[in-house]
Every structure is written in C-alpha cells, then in structure tokens.
Design a protein around this ligand. Structure first.
Ligand code: URA
Length: 206
C-alpha cells in the first residue's frame, strides 16, 4: 500500500516534469502568457477521479483545475452527491491550455496522456468519471473499452467496468462513468438537468 508520502512525492514529480515540459507545443504559449500547467487537485486517496479536457484561461492563470464558470457548476454537482471538491480528485487529459480554447490535437493528447495514466496509478481511484467526449474517447480507448465506445449522446451517464495495471500491484478494477462536460450546461439548460440526473450514479461511490 502506497503511503501518503509516496503518493505526494510521485505527484510532485509529475508537477516538476510538467513545469519543464518543453517537448509540448503548448509550452511556449504557456510561458509567453505567464500561465501555469494545471496538474490536478483534491484528495490523493480519492475514490472518484474526474477527468476534463484541458484547462481554460481561468485555470491556466491560477494553475487550478475547473475553477472558472464550468468549475462552479462542477462544485454544485459534487455537492449534490454529498461530497466536497477536497474529497475527490479533479484533473484534465491535457495539462496546458490550448490557445483560444481550441480542442487539443491528437499529438497533444498523446504527449500529455501518460501523465494522466500515472495519476490514475498513484491515486488508485475506484471510479474515473470523464467530463466531455474528448476525455471519454481517450479514457475508454486507454482502458480497453474501445468496443463499447459510442457517441456521448448515447452513453452519457453509463458505467463501464474495466481495469488498469500498475507494475507494483498488478491489475486494479475500475469503473468508468461517462458524463457530459459541465461547460455544456452553461449554454444549454436541458443539459444541466441531464448532468444533475447522470451525477446520481456516482452516489454509491461517494
Ligand atoms: N474545462 C476543462 O475541461 N477543464 C478545466 O479545468 C476547465 C474547463
């Protein structure tokens, strides 16, 4: 069993590597704008890990995941299942802000995804809840659920059982839950209700 200190040191190493991640095409944009990489935050022993897409401007300015308008709604959703932000872990697939909030490119996803894989191995969540179709696509393919992948309009709010592997402890079961991105609810009131309903599925893991 990893101690709190092991987890802290391993997560700190991820942060240090990302701070110097010159191999990324987003590094120059980050430093020029005095942005921060957004590594993730919350409990290192969380049962539930949320995975968004990439930081927006508010996140890049502060270095904190989901702290803008979409983040406020995410906080409400987390509260609706009786938890606080400090009880879960919140991160993104890509850790630097893409210019003008464009979608991350396949090259950027491939470069940053190994950091997310390591975060999963360190935190060892019981559930990975994807926020939006980009993180859904990556996480489902990464964790051997390619055959179950469908458009998010069909599989939002569903659970998928799979496993991840780590060299020290072998295979760990994990449930993937596919959710819409909370930003979608900012422009579409119907989506807000859908997310609130879909979130209930997380209650049993809270
Ligand atoms: N959208 C995301 O996907 N992640 C954030 O951290 C903020 C907005």
């Amino acid at each position: 069993m990893a101690t709190k200190n092991d987890k802290y040191e391993k997560l700190k190493k991820i942060r240090d590597e990302l701070l110097e991640f010159k191999a990324s095409p987003l590094y120059e944009y980050r430093t020029r704008n005095k942005y921060f990489p957004v590594i993730g935050e919350g409990s290192h022993d969380a049962s539930i890990m949320f995975v968004g897409e990439a930081p927006g401007q508010t996140e890049a300015k502060t270095g904190r995941s989901f702290c803008g308008a979409a983040g406020k709604f995410l906080d409400e959703l987390i509260a609706s299942i009786g938890l606080k932000r400090e009880d879960v872990y919140i991160t993104n697939m890509v850790k630097d802000r893409p210019p003008e909030n464009r979608d991350p490119t396949p090259e950027e996803i491939a470069l940053y995804a190994p950091f997310l894989d390591r975060q999963v191995q360190i935190i060892q969540p019981k559930v990975i809840a994807t926020l939006g179709r980009h993180s859904m696509n990556y996480v489902m393919q990464r964790y051997d659920l390619d055959l179950e992948l469908e458009p998010i309009s069909k599989i939002h709010g569903k659970t998928f059982e799979t496993a991840y592997f780590d060299e020290d402890h072998g295979s760990h079961p994990v449930t993937i839950i596919t959710l819409y991105h909370p930003a979608a609810a900012l422009y579409n009131g119907g989506m807000r209700e859908t997310l609130i309903t879909d979130f209930h599925i997380l209650k049993k893991f809270a």
